[in-house]
Structure formats: C-alpha cells, structure tokens
Design a protein around this ligand. Structure first.
Ligand code: LCS
Length: 396
C-alpha cells in the first residue's frame, strides 16, 4: 500500500487493516517498526534550529513526536474520518489534556454517568484548577441546554455511558453546542470507530481509552483523541507541556490492535446480543440494559447513531448486591476484573470497583444502582460464555 493511496472510499473493515497505514518510509518494513527512542540526531545546528522553529518537520524528541506514535495517530484519525490525533499514556491523560485545552478558564457540561475516573477528575480535581463541571442527564438534550452557562466552553458526552449504557443524541448535542460556540467532545470508547462515527455526527473531538477495544488484548494502557488539524495542532502544545504522551511500544500494540478491530468488535457484539437475550429471559435476573434490546429505553436512538449495540451489558440479579457478588465469585471462564474491550470476557461490579469514586448519594442520583453488574463480552464461543453464567446463576 503506497502512502498516498486514497483510503476515503474504502469499507470500514478495509480501513481497519489499511487506513492511515503504510510501509515504513525509511526501511520499507510492512509492519511499522517500534522506534524505541527518546531523542533524534540532527544533521547539523541549522537543521536543529529549523526543527525547533517548525520550518523542518524532522523529529526532535519523543515527547514531541515519534514515528511509531505518529503512525498510530494517523491511523486512528483515518478510522474516525478526521485529520489527525494525539495519543496519551492513558485514557485519563487524554480526558485531562482535552479538558485543559478546550475548557481552561471556563466551565464543562458532562454526562452524569461517565467512567468513574472521569467522574473523579471532573468532580474533584478540575474544579480545584478553576474549571467547574456540571453533570446532567444527557438522555434529554434540553437538560444540556439548561446547564449551559455564559462561560461554558466544552460539552463532554460519553455514549453509551459507562456503565448504564444510556445514550446521548450526538447530532442534537453537536447542533446545540455549535449554536452557542461550545466544543463537543465525545468519548467513543464503548463503540470504537467501527460502530459509531461521532465526527460525522458533528463532534469536534472524538476520544478513546485505547486500553479497551483499540488495543483489545488487555496489555496496553493508553488514550487517544482525534479531530480537525487546527484543534489537534493547538492541543499538541498542551500535550507537549503537560507531558502525558504515549510510549512507542504502546503505540505499536494499538496499531496492531486496530488491524483486527472489526473482527473483534463484531464477535464481541454477536456474543453480547446472545448473552443479553439469555439474561433477559432468566428468572433470576431483575433487569438488563443493552442497546440491542428492544426493552432499552433508547433502542431507536442506538439504531440511528450506532452500527450495532456493542459488546457491554449491564444487568442486576434478583437479590441485589449480595446476589451479584455471589455471581461474580462463581464464574469460571469469565474473569472478575475491571476494563472492557478485551479478547477475554470480563465481569465487574461498578459500585464497588470502577465507579467507587462516586459517593453512594451520587450513584443514586445519577441512576447507577448498587446491584448493577457489568459484563464486557470477549471473543470466546458464546455457548461457553452462556454456560459459565448459567452455572454461576445456579449458585445464586
Ligand atoms: N473513558 C471510558 C469510557 C472508560 O471506560 C475509561 C476507563 C476511560 C475513559 C479511562 O481510560 P484509561 O485511563 O483507563 O485508559 N474505563 C475503565 C473501566 O470501565 N474499567 O477499568 C477502566
């Protein structure tokens, strides 16, 4: 594949394999090499000065840019259908960087259910740095409008939200944001660019915890966001000075992960559809929330803006927290662990794990019940996954 091949008209599966990617320019290596290097030699003092002045695009130092990192960023941007991206040492570093860049000196309106780390950053730390955050139920766009203040600079949407799987109408949120001169950031971690394209729906920035489906193998903590060139260029200065850049090895793992993103997401999703149907009819299950079930209150919105419902299910076993704990202690094939988007199926209890940063009062206020159990389906055979839950439910 030549580097100037126009990928824009290719199908999503082809984009996962080839989009934004090309043989290494220096060596012709087909798999991007891991440029495991911190600093780059200049040809002479004039070349060094030109690189620092931005007159030459030569590499300087890996916090500022590195060929393996750049290739991952270009590939992710191509998959999201935008110009460029910036990658970070974790998803939280990405959320921090974009929030500092877009909302410094102003206010953020955020989804009320977000990953617990994002909630902690927004509830506790950003206000200390002079960036207040309002949390609203974004299933209704009018709630966002009511929360907007004269100093609001950024709207942060996580859809589907972790772990309630409630959704926000991205196109409507973008129209509202832009009518007020506000930037819209969408956390697309649960869907990946394979299932949802926030940029095409009007978002200004699309963000991921790369730790999840993008890497996909549970071995690389990372984050990334993509957007138009002018915003990413501005944001790069924030990353350079705050310093949360991704490492070359992590970038390489993510590049490799992206090449099979479509296969893994399709299989996890197929497995989730089967598991959700199984759970919904089980007499010991109180309720199930999954964007692919007609019983989901926003089933139609999911169909409108997502190519499929994804691979994560939330549900509650009759008997609440104790019954959920017994279930998690009884699984054999599934792993009791946080994270999601892994090839292995992971099961966890948000109230005591990923969302323990929220007070019990906040969890109740924002609709995150104490008995909620989250399963992130992996790519195993669904017969084995369901058999594992069947034997665990029998012990509850
Ligand atoms: N955004 C979403 C939607 C997430 O689910 C997470 C992590 C992050 C951002 C932060 O990314 P990180 O810094 O961990 O790469 N979610 C996790 C979860 O549900 N279990 O463990 C981590």
């Amino acid at each position: 594949m030549s580097s100037d091949h126009d990928m824009k008209n290719h199908a999503p599966e082809t984009m996962c394999v080839h989009g934004g990617d090309h043989p290494d320019e220096a060596t012709g290596a087909v798999s991007t090499p891991i440029y495991q290097v911190s600093t780059f030699a200049f040809k002479n003092a004039a070349h060094a000065a030109a690189c620092f002045a931005g007159e030459d695009d030569g590499y300087i130092y890996s916090r500022l840019g590195n060929p393996t990192i750049d290739t991952f960023e270009k590939k992710l941007a191509a998959l999201e259908g935008t110009d460029d991206a910036l990658a970070f040492g974790s998803g939280m570093a990405a959320v921090h960087n974009i929030s500092m860049h877009l909302a410094h000196g102003g206010h953020i309106v955020s989804s009320d259910t977000v990953y617990g780390g994002t909630f902690a950053l927004y509830e506790h730390l950003l206000p200390k740095m002079g960036i207040p955050v309002s949390f609203v139920d974004m299933t209704k766009i009018e709630n966002i409008e009511k929360a907007i203040r004269p100093d609001t600079k950024m709207i942060f949407v996580e859809t589907p939200a972790n772990p309630t799987l409630l959704m926000t109408d991205i196109a409507a949120a973008a129209d509202l944001a832009h009518s007020k001169g506000i930037k819209l950031v969408v956390d697309n971690t649960f869907c990946t660019p394979y299932l949802q394209k926030p940029m095409a729906l009007g978002a200004d920035i699309v963000l991921h915890s790369g730790t999840k489906y993008i890497g996909g193998h549970g071995d690389a903590v990372s984050g990334v966001y993509a957007g138009p060139q002018d915003l990413i260029d501005e944001s790069r200065e924030w990353r350079t000075d705050i310093g949360g850049v991704i490492a070359p090895l992590q970038s390489w793992l993510l590049l490799r992960g992206l090449k099979t993103l479509h296969l893994r997401v399709e299989r996890a999703q197929e497995n989730a559809i089967k598991m959700a149907a199984y759970l919904e009819q089980h007499p010991k299950v109180e309720w199930v929330l999954f964007p692919g079930l007609k019983s989901h209150p926003q089933y139609e919105l999911g169909k409108k803006q997502m190519r499929g419902p994804g691979g994560v299910i939330s549900f509650e076993v009759k008997g609440g927290v104790e019954a959920g704990a017994k279930l998690m202690d009884s699984v054999k094939l599934m792993t009791l662990a946080v994270s999601l988007g892994d090839v292995s199926t992971l099961i966890e209890h948000p109230a005591s794990m990923t969302h323990s940063t929220m007070s019990p009062e906040d969890r109740e206020k924002y609709g995150l019940s104490n008995g909620l159990v989250r399963i992130a389906l992996g790519v195993e055979n669904s017969v084995d996954q369901i058999a594992d839950l069947e034997q665990a439910l029998a012990k509850v």
